[in-house]
Design a protein around this ligand. Structure first.
Ligand code: ATP
Ligand code: MG
Length: 185
């Protein structure tokens, strides 16, 4: 028998994160904005069905730990808010071209704070880097996005989601694992 078969099975790890997932209409507006930027600065356009704003990145966690996340999410309190995405920018030599809010709504800061605390209390470790809300629209752009002012994208947020990051033939794809309403405090 090959030696590998005698080793204990490696527990399956899952790459997961909490995010705001846009409704159909908002995804459409974000996608149009992404197409316009991509036309101007090249690179790789994010697919419409992958657009999101990450709230908390858990990274690769044991499959068994995943079962605890819906309970954490269901206990969170939060209030609905509207995100005004009115700032275009890029990081890492234009590898990431994004849209972000100039003003972060207090309800978003509160949600991320509560989510982080609840996850820490359950033993999940999060990155210490400060929260920087953004929606990635284009990757590996050839140059900086144009500095022209564009109309803000209004994104009504009434829920948050848990996603699994799955790669198919090297292309990032995300699977929706659950969505919880921001139902008031
Ligand atoms: P790929 O890594 O294949 O290019 P991706 O970055 O979209 O695709 P993931 O790396 O699984 O996929 O990340 C999922 C989400 O979490 C993305 O929004 C990503 O920006 C964010 N993310 C990834 N790593 C971190 C991290 N260390 N801290 C905070 N957010 C992260
Ligand atoms: Mg990544």
């Amino acid at each position: 028998m090959p030696e590998a078969l005698l080793l204990p099975p490696v527990p399956a790890r899952r790459r997961v994160f909490f995010a705001l997932w846009p409704d159909h209409a908002t995804a459409g507006v974000l996608h149009s904005r992404a197409q316009a930027l991509w036309t101007a600065c090249g690179g790789r356009l994010m697919r419409r069905d992958t657009l999101h704003l990450t709230l908390a990145f858990l990274g690769e966690i044991p499959g068994a730990a995943l079962d605890r996340l819906p309970r954490v999410a269901a206990q969170l309190e939060g209030t609905p808010f509207t995100l005004e995405l009115d700032r275009v920018g890029s990081w890492h030599g234009h590898r990431i071209v994004w849209l972000a809010p100039k003003n972060i709504p207090p309800a978003l800061t509160a949600l991320v704070g509560r989510l982080g605390s609840a996850l820490n209390a359950e033993g999940f470790e999060l990155e210490a880097r400060p929260f920087s809300p953004h929606v990635t629209l284009v990757r590996n752009a050839r140059g900086a996005p144009p500095a022209t002012e564009a109309e803000a994208v209004h994104w009504p947020v009434a829920a948050f989601s848990l996603l699994e990051s799955v790669h198919r033939s090297g292309v990032a794809a995300y699977r929706l694992l659950g969505t919880w309403p921001l139902a008031g405090e």
